[in-house]
Design a protein around this ligand. Sequence first.
Ligand code: PLP
Length: 378
Amino acid sequence: MRVYLDNAATTPLDPEVMKEMCKVMETTFGNPSSIHAHGREARTLIERSRKTIANLLGTSPSEIFFTSSGTEADNTAIRCGIADHGITHAITTKIEHHAVLHTFEALEKAGLIKLSFVNLDEKGNVDYEHLETLLKDNERSFVSIMHANNEIGTLSDMERIGDLCEAYNAIYHCDTVQTMGHYKHDLSRLKAHFVVCSAHKLHGPKGVGFLHISHRIKIKPLIYGGAQERNMRGGTENIYGIVGMAKALEMAYADMEHHRQHIQELKSYMKEQLLESIPGIEFNGETEPDKSLYTVLNVSFPAMEMADMLLFNLDIAGISASGGSACSSGSDIGSHVLTAIGTSPSRPSVRFSFSKNTTKEEIDYTLTKLREFCLVNA
Ligand code: PLP
């Protein structure tokens, strides 16, 4: 049996999305910047996709900027938001994705910003009072706090952070890569200046994403070149990717509640079964439905012999998942997220992440293999 439980890393392309992309590949090759009919045809597809995405998110097409990835969108928001508004202080968390953390670290190393980290509890929840103190005690800040953590699934409260940022005139960037297409974001209400999407996390193609730049903020381009994306991002557009992303988001919104219920049921089932059958099981991050991304369950196994072999063993059994452990002292290998929330490096952790395609049979098979491994190595 082959079981894919690494959907937070990437999701399989939906066949309907592929069909839509292939149709465009077969029929449309014009450069969207060309003004003749071939170019206009490609341009129309891009603008139609932009409109579809904007309508789903309750925003205006003029606020959607296509990028090559979530990473590029995060980089653009952070680097340009900071440089173009004279910001010298940034606030983030130690559990952000490296697209965010490494960008801030580079800016700090270059002497351009002072970086503050908001306190987190042991499940990765933001200490909102500490956030307010940091906002109060510093010059105008740039705040970057992800909506859902990609490793442990803990959710932040975008409304609360948005209100705090507004109260202290801060710029708010939210890495929504793991929640776009899984939750309904109403961007007409949310106060984030920047939110981000990566199509391959929602059954769309790889190598395409977008940055939503609220009309409340203006930035200069990160990538200079042609006049694409209204002069904000030079580079001929990935037309097939953009069409695929719009289709994937449309499909995600059309069936969101149904998929959410299915995935949440599988996650709760797996959690209960693990607790019942493997002594010493714990979970990293929040696991309750209102506080946790329903596609992710990060399991902390008891320290055991051959712990290093757990993921490898799952792989041999045909199960793809990801994980690791907290970084042990002096080593860079391991998860910066698990280290930040204080998970013991001796406990092996595995992130199981689900999608609409995951079945109960796959979860049962995975549970059987996990029980076998834990029994033999206890
Ligand atoms: N931010 C988060 C939270 C992610 O999980 C990822 C991908 O794993 C990214 C950003 C980067 O997205 P991309 O793979 O499109 O560069």
